[in-house]
Design a protein around this ligand. Structure first.
Ligand code: ADP
Length: 257
């Protein structure tokens, strides 16, 4: 199903964590506007503040300074139409694949029959039809990633936030999951933000690549990547050139991927 992607506007957004003992600045003065249907890759050194940006976009965290708007409205709390795939995938081991896929809908109080139907359709979309009654521990790493994605898809989100969703799978499987993410995004038209450590993944999936400095995350490059999603993109000369551009932007910050 085609959706209209959400817009996202960060204006002077900053985050300082206060854990009681000390103050820690994770994000400084982020001003960036994301249009409906864009696929944004966020890349930067480990611990710089990328997950913090996703938490701001999801409404789980409020900015200490500045503002974060989704579709022009401040995001004071999680929205129904935003799906977040956390780094640990957030699967519940005691629930079946179908119940895990339906969880986001269940939390949003969608009636069970409808939730199950939507979750079943999403499982089929990610190639997990037939595994509805299995448990997460019976699935391979790649299948668990697909299950987390199915949960997000079932919610019919207009904003999909993914925190290193493919970090735990090997290189070959990773490419096929990247293809899946790309095809679903093209089919559905949602806006997506993807945190990644991989330069190639950022250039493959991001129509725009935001490069951040070490903590506190400061936007150091906003690289347009209109070729992402075109056929043969991974093997093109332009792909390799953009990988170099991102690598240079990162190394200019004393960071490596
Ligand atoms: P990244 O996703 O780039 O690895 P994070 O956004 O997870 O970075 O974290 C940025 C910094 O903020 C890190 O130093 C991390 O330890 C710190 N941090 C994250 N969450 C909290 C929190 N709830 N309280 C205190 N510090 C935090």
């Amino acid at each position: 199903m085609k959706t209209t992607g959400a817009t996202l506007d960060f204006t002077g957004a900053g985050v300082v964590y206060d854990d009681g003992a000390e103050l820690l600045r994770a994000l400084r003065d982020l001003t960036v506007s994301i249009c409906a249907g864009e696929s944004i890759a966020l890349i930067g050194p480990s611990g710089c503040g990328k997950s913090t940006i996703l938490r701001l976009a999801s409404g789980l965290l409020a900015p200490t300074e500045g503002s974060v708007l989704v579709n022009g409205e401040p995001v004071g709390r999680p929205r129904r139409e935003t799906a977040l795939i956390p780094q640990d995938l957030g699967l519940l081991p005691w629930k079946t694949v179908l119940r895990n896929a339906a969880l986001g809908l269940q939390i949003r109080r969608v009636p069970k029959a409808e939730a199950d139907a939507r979750a079943g359709a999403a499982l089929a979309q990610v190639g997990l039809a037939g595994f509805e009654r299995s448990f997460p521990k019976e699935l391979s790493g790649g299948m668990r990633q697909r299950l987390a994605l199915a949960r997000a898809l079932a919610m019919d989100a207009d904003l999909l936030l993914m925190d290193e969703p493919l970090s735990a799978v090997d290189a070959l499987l990773r490419e096929s999951l990247q293809d899946l993410l790309l095809n679903l995004w093209k089919e559905r038209g949602h806006t997506q933000l993807l945190v990644t450590h991989s330069i190639e993944e950022a250039v493959f999936l991001g129509t725009r690549i935001l490069v951040f400095s070490p903590r506190p995350a400061t936007l150091v490059a906003d690289i347009a990547n209109p070729g992402a999603g075109s056929s043969g993109w991974r093997d093109s000369v332009e792909f390799a050139r953009l990988c170099n551009e991102v690598r240079n932007a990162l190394s200019g910050q004393g960071a490596s991927s």
